[in-house]
Design a protein around this ligand. Structure first.
Ligand SMILES: Cc1cc2nc3c(=O)[nH]c(=O)nc-3n(C[C@H](O)[C@H](O)[C@H](O)COP(=O)(O)OP(=O)(O)OC[C@H]3O[C@@H](n4cnc5c(N)ncnc54)[C@H](O)[C@@H]3O)c2cc1C
Length: 406
């Protein structure tokens, strides 16, 4: 039976849309199914949150030919400063030491989503089905048959490869009964754009406090993106504070490294959890992004890790296509799964380990972690390792992550 597409991507969030853009000029027929309309003001995942793009992600977007559309709309990170509130330890990472023009870039999910939509508009081989939902699917040796609901109407769709980019509550993962490691952190991230009195000098601050970590990322025009993690039972109270009381509370928690905070924009709250799926592939199917790993935003790694899934999957799909092989074959999928295994493990352990380590106020542990931070600051090899991890350059890199075209 004929197929309706070569690849059916379920979920047009930042990760699924990035995969459609990466493969959009490969000659493969792509269908992108998304439950929300593809309009930046109507897609809740293209919202006001700021995403710290690692330097490796900048390369991936450059390899996809998307960086030119983003370069004027991002803010570079020159220094990362990590500290523990009320303790002596700190560590810093400077772009000069890493030999790069920026350690990363800050961009809002809205701007990124807009750039992805603009690119999708130029890709005739990508058919967008939205608002549409995947209902269920069935895989056999030759294809996957998916049941969709498009504009309220049922439709069947045959494809060679289904990619699940359908987020933390992935219905694909649930239908396959893939097990997960899952934990509710009992923390909520409150985000807002804030304006400090002093210039931020393109420093990204990561500050650990006894109620949760906070990040302050440099934005254009001397604004900063705040990601403030609080205990979930305090979130409603902090969200309800008026601007002056909110700024005073923030000041008390963050301190005066950028002077006084003088203004805060609209706040949004995100409950936080950890999720790691036990498998990232099944018959004719691959999982990417939050569907396979959902992280605490403590180190700004979630989207970066998802974009590396995109780059690796695009690599193996294109290799299979060039070799004339079946792009949904289990050998191809195994290559993808094996490749991503160590990066997923490394980043999940790093992120979750940081949350656990810095949530504990037991004095000997606080002393040890602060000594560790200072040692990291003073030890070049350890710092290089930290730098590679933070910039998304650890492990074997796919072509796009080396800034090369597919
Ligand atoms: C406060 C906060 C700050 C963050 N900061 C950073 C950062 O600095 N750096 C970083 O790298 N990451 C960061 N992240 C993480 C990042 O936002 C996520 O990892 C990323 O957005 C996940 O994208 P996704 O496309 O995988 O999933 P989602 O954004 O969840 O997209 C999934 C999509 O699938 C669609 N969908 C679901 N089910 C179906 C279905 N059955 N049929 C059709 N469509 C379906 C949904 O409508 C949705 O659009 C942050 C997260 C938070 C909460």
């Amino acid at each position: 039976m004929p197929r309706d597409s070569d690849i059916l991507i379920v979920g047009g969030g930042l990760v699924g849309a990035s995969l459609a853009c990466a493969l959009g000029r490969s000659g493969l027929r792509i269908a992108l199914v998304e439950a929300q309309p593809f309009a930046v003001d109507r897609q809740p995942n293209y919202d006001d949150r700021s995403i710290a793009l690692a330097q490796g992600s900048q390369r991936i977007f450059a390899g996809m030919g998307l960086w030119d559309a983003l370069a004027d709309r991002v803010s570079p990170i020159h220094t990362i400063h990590v500290s523990d509130r009320g303790h002596f330890g700190f560590t810093r990472l400077h772009r000069e030491e890493e030999g790069v023009s920026a350690l990363g870039y800050v961009v809002s999910a809205r701007v990124l989503g807009n750039a992805l939509i603009e690119r999708l508009n130029q890709l005739p081989d990508v058919v967008r089905l939205a608002p549409a939902r995947l209902l269920d699917f069935h895989a056999d040796a030759a294809a996957i048959e998916a049941r969709l609901e498009v504009d309220g109407q049922p439709r069947t769709h045959r494809t060679a490869l289904l990619v699940a980019a359908d987020g933390v509550n992935s219905s694909v993962r649930t239908q396959l009964q893939i097990g997960t490691e899952q934990r509710d952190y009992g923390q909520t991230a409150i985000i807002a754009n804030v304006t400090p009195e002093r210039p931020h000098r393109n420093v990204a601050y990561e500050r650990f406090t006894d109620t949760g970590p906070m990040a302050l990322l440099p934005l254009r025009d001397n604004h900063c993106a705040l990601v403030w993690t609080v205990l979930s039972d305090q979130a409603d109270e902090i969200m309800a504070l008026d601007e002056a009381a909110f700024l005073a509370r923030l000041q008390e928690r963050f301190g005066y490294r950028v002077g006084r905070f003088v203004k805060a924009g609209t706040r949004h709250a995100y409950p936080l959890q950890l999720l790691r799926a036990e498998q990232s592939v099944a018959t004719r199917l691959a999982l990417i992004g939050n569907a396979v790993h959902t992280l605490h935003p403590i180190a700004g790694q979630g989207f970066n890790l998802g974009l590396r899934d995109v780059a690796a999957l695009a690599d193996v799909v294109i290799d299979a296509q060039r070799a004339g092989d079946d792009i949904g074959h289990s050998h191809m999928l195994k290559r993808y799964a094996d490749w991503r295994e160590s990066d997923h493990g490394r980043v999940v352990s790093f992120t979750d380990g940081m949350v656990r380590l810095f949530s504990n106020s037991y004095p000997p542990l606080a002393w040890a972690r602060n000594t560790g931070m200072l040692a990291l600051d003073l030890c070049p090899p350890a710092k290089r390792w930290f730098g590679r991890l933070t910039m998304g350059r650890a492990g074997r890199l796919p072509r796009l992550a080396r800034g090369l075209e597919l």
